[in-house]
Ligand binder design. Structure first.
Ligand code: ZN
Length: 340
């Protein structure tokens, strides 16, 4: 059995944001190699892991890019101004430690003139925030972090009971679930032709999965991502969700980018029941996934998604259940064996 904590630690250590996924792509390709017939990368950086079968093609994408920040301007005091890469809560960024690609660390803080000092942290404009890398001048800062530099959360990866607390479980744990599925299938000859794909640039608009699905041209696609849960302190904007942490993978019915194809949902529920894997139905009201990009490729592709229930999505301390991650992998392996 793969050690999910260990894999997550190694991925988080090297992971870079959307458009810069090479380091995590390299690791994932290396780990997948023993389980499949071929591994290759396309022009955008999508990593394809192909387990050959004589039957219909099935594609399993999980995005390997993570959210981050990009330095856009260095001011006279040597503070770094930035733009978000992917969806951030500006208030949640204050006080975060970030790591630049070069290894330089910085702390995110807010301008003395920012409204937060008058009105609290509720209404934060991301453009009032800056990264302090301890530079003493503009020149020194520009040397350490020229514009275009990207950074990620620098936060611990820990396990507490079955709960993994870590940045970027979205969607590095989805990538790990693909590895679990590949390992499960390692000694099995499967009828379906299987394509596990670590995709790029999901967080900036589902950009990698579309060309990947065009290339693979699957009969059916099943994406893996995280989903919000309803077992938190309360509903966000009155949006109620039934999903809970630790109660199993979810079979997505819809999110704001996609209505999943009924055939795919049925196949997933059947596979879960046959393999005795607990599952939950999921309706995610806000947020999109690679599922949508796949579905709208070529003349349309039968598409669905299995999600990992996750609390505090896009925070430096997201939470998932390790058991859920393992069961997502097992459910994918069971689905891969279903006749199409
Ligand atoms: Zn995601």
């Amino acid at each position: 059995m793969l050690n999910i904590l260990e894999l997550q630690k190694q991925l988080v250590e090297v992971a870079l944001p959307s458009g810069f996924e090479k380091p995590q792509g390299r690791l994932l390709a290396q780990w997948a190699k023993p389980y499949v017939d071929e591994v290759f990368t396309d022009a955008l950086g999508n990593v394809y892991c192909h387990k050959k079968g004589p039957g219909k093609r099935m594609m399993f994408p999980a995005h390997m890019d993570v959210i981050g920040l990009m330095v856009t301007f260095v001011d006279d005091k040597g503070f770094l101004r930035f733009e978000p890469i992917g969806g951030h809560s500006p208030a949640g960024l204050i006080g975060c430690t970030v790591r630049l690609e070069s290894g330089v660390r910085g702390s995110v803080w807010a301008d003395a003139t920012a409204d937060i000092y008058k009105h609290g942290f509720g209404d934060v404009d991301i453009h009032d925030l800056y990264i302090d890398i301890g530079a003493e001048s503009r020149e020194e800062a520009e040397e350490l972090a020229p514009i275009g530099s990207v950074c990620v959360f620098d936060a611990p990866v820990t396990l507490q009971g079955d709960t993994l607390i870590s940045p970027y479980t979205d969607d590095l744990c989805g990538c790990i679930a693909l590895l679990v599925a590949m390992e499960e299938l390692k000694d099995t000859q499967v009828e379906n032709d299987l394509w596990f794909v670590f995709t790029v640039q999901e967080e900036v608009g589902l950009r990698g999965a579309k060309p990947a699905a065009w290339d693979v041209q699957p009969y059916m696609g099943i994406a893996v991502d995280v989903t919000r849960t309803g077992d938190t302190s309360g509903d966000i904007d009155g949006q109620r969700m039934q999903v809970s942490l630790g109660k199993g993978p979810t079979v997505k019915i819809k999110d704001s980018s996609v209505q999943c194809n009924p055939q795919v949902m049925e196949l997933l529920r059947k596979a879960a029941k046959a393999a005795k894997i607990p599952y939950q139905d999921e309706i995610l009201l806000a947020g999109g996934t690679d599922t949508a990009a796949m579905q709208k490729t070529r003349a349309g592709i039968l598409s669905g998604c299995v999600s990992i229930p996750c609390r505090n999505i896009h925070a430096p301390a997201e939470m998932v259940s390790v058991k859920d991650v393992e069961n997502v992998g097992k459910l994918l392996a069971a689905a891969a064996k279903m006749p199409l």
